[in-house]
Design a protein around this ligand. Structure first.
Ligand SMILES: Cc1cc2nc3c(=O)[nH]c(=O)nc-3n(C[C@H](O)[C@H](O)[C@H](O)COP(=O)(O)O)c2cc1C
Length: 253
């Protein structure tokens, strides 16, 4: 299973449609959905980063997912919030579109971390679990995007906690710690999507061999050559003798 991973300010419905011939899931966003995270996103824009900053972020989520109606790809939406209520609302919108609500516990920009978004959620496991439970209660398929190599954070314990709280998908940016995918897959009863540096057969198969159910591509997600190569590698993996017989390679929900 191949997914396209969020790129703030770039990953919209048009981006997802362009990747649809190759990928099974496109996670749009990330988008800031509460006032604190939106203030942080404005600061990021002021220093030159691209962000989605529509007047009404939840209406934007709804419109972007609606724009993918009928597209041959499952949609997801990566959201940032310092508070739980907007997560619940975004999850209800995702549920209406049969889309995956992805909680961003990944971004490391100082502006976002200062308001308690992104990777700070990994250090605040109870709040992260509250977000997951709220999104699951709203009826959405829930993914948590997390990253490895965050000081003081045990990725396996995080994965277990969010799966116990109701997460269906754990989307892990392994950074330079690829073997930890095996630990996360063993720790959590969830679909594991492995990310970082997936560009070809070798990098995709490395993650799949560690027990990932799928892989995702971020930066080159607009490059058909890379997507075609990775998509072929993932398809070939299914016939590979070492595949995980327990996984059908489909995102749940
Ligand atoms: C410009 C840029 C923006 C990104 N925005 C987000 C985001 O909003 N949410 C998120 O979870 N990850 C975000 N990421 C991380 C990517 O989804 C991905 O995890 C990372 O780039 C590693 O994968 P890759 O090596 O395939 O690019 C961003 C990455 C880049 C380069």
């Amino acid at each position: 299973m191949l997914a396209l991973a969020s790129l703030s300010g770039a990953a919209d419905a048009d981006w997802a449609r362009a990747g649809a011939p190759y990928a099974d899931l496109a996670v749009l966003g990330g988008i800031a959905i509460d006032s604190a995270s939106r203030d942080a996103a404005r600061e990021l824009v002021a220093r030159g980063r691209e962000e989605f900053l529509p007047d009404d972020p939840l209406a934007f989520v709804d419109a972007q997912l609606a724009a993918l109606g009928g597209a041959p790809i499952r949609a997801g939406m990566n959201v940032r919030s310092a508070t739980v209520d907007p997560i619940r609302e975004a999850a209800a919108i995702c549920a209406d579109h049969d889309a995956v609500l992805e909680i961003n516990a990944h971004c490391r920009q100082g502006e976002l971390c200062a308001v308690g978004c992104g990777e700070t959620l990994l250090r605040d496991r109870d709040r992260l679990a509250t977000y997951v439970a709220a999104a699951a209660d709203a009826g959405a398929t829930v993914s948590v995007k997390m990253r490895a190599e965050v000081d003081g954070v045990d990725p396996s314990a995080t994965a277990r906690a969010v799966a116990d709280a109701g997460a269906d998908v754990i989307h892990v940016d392994a950074m330079d710690s690829e073997p930890l995918i095996a630990d996360v897959a063993a720790a959590a009863d969830a679909f594991v999507l492995a990310n970082n540096g997936v560009r070809d057969r070798a990098t995709a198969w490395e993650y799949l061999a560690y027990g990932a159910d799928g892989v995702s591509v971020g930066r080159p997600s607009d490059d058909p050559t890379v997507l075609e190569r990775v998509a072929r590698a993932v398809t070939d993996w299914r016939g590979h003798e070492h595949r995980d017989a327990d996984s059908d390679g489909e995102v749940p929900g």
